[in-house]
Design a protein around this ligand. Structure first.
Ligand code: OFO
Length: 170
């Protein structure tokens, strides 16, 4: 059975993933209201991914025979200065998530729980991808964000993102 320290760490991470989903839904709603439907779509897909992460971690705790702890999910901010500001906040948020994932990996090593370590390593890789994707969008926004034509094209580009369940067989 999974140790209490790891159950607590994974339960906290479930909460963070659900908060991430909530945050990205709030960002999707803001983008929608400001007329950026493609960007709203990107955030909506991101919210679904985060929900899938939270459920995946919840299932893992249960599979390992432990009872997850449930805490309050913080309310996300609902207003932003604009599209650039949202992506600045997304990057800071994902960097924070990366730190907590790394902390779980370190704890799993310390507790000599190879299964937990193996499980969390998927998320270590995932965070590299998430941060890289957001950095890419943010760099474009920083360089060209004041050009309405660029924003129009970015909105069209992000409209094509579709949700692909990261764990289709679970
Ligand atoms: Fe779950 O990866 Fe972002 O937060």
């Amino acid at each position: 059975m999974i140790k209490n320290t790891l159950t607590k760490a994974f339960s906290d991470q479930v909460n963070k993933e659900l908060y991430s989903s909530y945050l990205y839904l709030a960002m999707s709603a803001f983008a929608e209201q400001t007329g950026y439907k493609g960007i709203a779509n990107w955030f909506f897909v991101q919210a679904q991914e985060e929900m899938a992460h939270g459920i995946h971690m919840y299932q893992y705790i249960v599979e390992r025979g432990a009872a997850p702890a449930f805490g309050e999910i913080e309310a996300p901010p609902t207003t932003f200065e604009g599209i650039h500001d949202m992506f600045v906040k997304v990057l800071a948020h994902e960097q924070d998530v990366t730190e907590s994932i790394n902390t779980i990996a370190t704890l799993a090593m310390k507790e000599n729980d190879h299964a937990c370590y193996n499980f969390i390593m998927w998320y270590v890789d995932e965070q590299i991808e998430e941060e890289a994707g957001v950095k890419d969008i943010l760099a474009k926004l920083t360089n060209f964000g004041s050009d309405p034509g660029f924003l129009y094209n970015l909105d069209n580009e992000l409209a094509s993102r579709v949700f692909v369940h990261p764990f289709p067989n679970r």
